[in-house]
Design a protein around this ligand. Structure first.
Ligand code: AHG
Ligand code: MN
Ligand code: MN
Length: 306
C-alpha cells in the first residue's frame, strides 16, 4: 500500500502552498525537538555550541529550535511563544501568517520520561490580538511518546501522522472523530473540588458511572488520547487562587479546541461559552476549559449550572 506523507496529504486536501510550507516547516522543527528530547542535543549546524553546551532546560531548547525554523520559513510575520514575554515580529520574507506555540507542553513530565508535546495555532496576518480561536486557519500538535505523532487540522478534518525512522511523517489515522458518548475522563485541577461542590459532583458522577480515569498531567497527551480513542473529556476549571485556571488560551486552549471541535467534540469555558469565541487580549491570558465528547460537556453544563 502506498504511504501518504504529510506533504501529499496537504496537497491532496487543497491546502494553499504558503500554508502547506508553513505546516511542513513546523513539522520539521518538531523533528529537532524529538531529537533534543532523546539526546538533550540540538543537532543542527551552527547552533549546538550556542544552545547545546549551555544545557538549556528542555522547554527553552524546544523554543529556540522552533523559533529558528519559524524565522527561516519566510511566510511568518510574527510569532508568540509561551517561553517569550511578548510577540516577536519577523521583518523578512512574505509575512502571511503568525504562529502561536507552546514549545514543550508538560515539560515537567519529560524528566520522568512521560509523553510531552508541542502545540501550534496558525493565524493569517501578523497580529493575534482581537482575534479568536475560530480565526485560526490551522492548528496542530505533536506528541513525543513511545511514537512521535503529529495531528493537524486545516478545518478539513483531523488527521494523524507518525514519524518513521527516515524522518517522514506518514499518515496513520485520517478523519478522526470524537463520539458523543464517552468512557474515559481526564479531570484536571482537582484542587478545585475542595472549594467547588459542583466540580466535586461532576467528578463523582463520572467515577460512579464507571468512567475510566485517563489523566497524564500533560494536556497534549490527554487530548491526544481522547482523539485516538474517539471519545473522552478533559477538564481544567479555575479555583480561588487562579479563577481563570492555568491553561493558556493562545498557546494551549485555542489550538487544541480547534482540533477537538473539528473532530466533532465540544469545548467550553466555565460560563458555557465556546473557547473558540473568546477574544485574545493578551499573550498570557488563561481560561478554564472543558472539552471532549458532546454528552460529557452536557454533563459539565448540568453540574456547573451553565
Ligand atoms: P506547560 O508544561 O506548558 O507549562 O503546561 C502544562 C499544563 C498542561 O499540559 C497540563 O494539563 C497542566 O499544565 C497540568 O496542570 P497541573 O500542574 O495543575 O497538574
Ligand atoms: Mn503547556
Ligand atoms: Mn510549555
Amino acid at each position: 500500500m502506498r504511504k501518504t506523507s504529510l506533504n501529499n496529504h496537504l496537497r491532496q486536501s487543497g491546502t494553499r502552498d504558503s500554508l502547506r510550507h508553513l505546516i511542513l516547516d513546523i513539522a520539521t522543527s518538531t523533528k529537532y525537538v524529538h531529537h533534543a528530547l532523546k539526546t538533550g542535543d540540538l543537532g543542527m549546524a551552527g547552533t549546538s555550541n550556542l544552545y547545546g553546551e549551555n544545557q538549556l532546560a528542555l522547554d527553552v531548547l524546544a523554543n529556540e529550535i522552533i523559533k529558528k525554523h519559524l524565522s527561516e520559513s519566510y511566510v511568518v510575520g510574527a510569532f508568540a511563544s509561551e517561553e517569550e514575554t511578548s510577540v516577536v515580529q519577523i521583518n523578512h520574507g512574505d509575512q502571511k501568517y503568525c504562529v502561536a506555540f507552546d514549545p514543550l507542553d508538560g515539560s515537567s513530565l519529560a524528566d520522568v520520561n512521560q509523553s510531552v508535546g508541542s502545540i501550534f495555532g496558525i493565524f493569517e496576518g501578523n497580529n493575534f490580538f482581537g482575534k479568536t480561536g475560530e480565526d485560526q486557519v490551522a492548528s496542530l500538535f505533536v506528541v513525543y511518546g513511545p511514537r512521535t505523532s503529529l495531528v493537524y487540522t486545516t478545518k478539513k478534518g483531523v488527521h494523524e501522522f507518525s514519524l518513521n525512522d527516515l524522518g517522514e511523517f506518514i499518515l496513520s489515522k485520517e478523519n478522526i472523530r470524537i463520539e458523543n458518548d464517552h468512557k474515559i475522563f481526564a479531570p484536571g485541577n482537582l484542587r478545585a473540588v475542595s472549594e467547588n461542590r459542583n466540580y466535586a459532583n461532576l467528578v463523582e458522577e463520572w467515577s460512579k458511572n464507571g468512567k475510566t480515569l485517563r489523566y497524564s498531567g500533560g494536556m497534549v497527551p490527554d487530548i491526544n488520547s481522547i482523539l485516538m480513542k474517539g471519545q473522552g473529556v478533559f477538564t481544567y476549571p479555575g479555583h480561588s487562587k487562579y479563577p481563570q485556571g492555568k491553561l493558556r488560551l493562545l498557546f494551549e486552549c485555542a489550538p487544541l479546541s480547534l482540533i477537538v471541535n473539528e473532530a466533532g467534540g465540544d469545548c467550553i469555558d466555565q460560563t458555557g461559552n465556546s473557547i473558540l469565541k473568546i477574544k485574545i487580549e493578551e499573550i498570557g491570558q488563561t481560561t478554564p476549559i472543558f472539552l471532549g465528547s458532546k454528552n460529557a460537556i452536557a454533563t459539565v453544563k448540568k453540574h456547573l449550572n451553565i
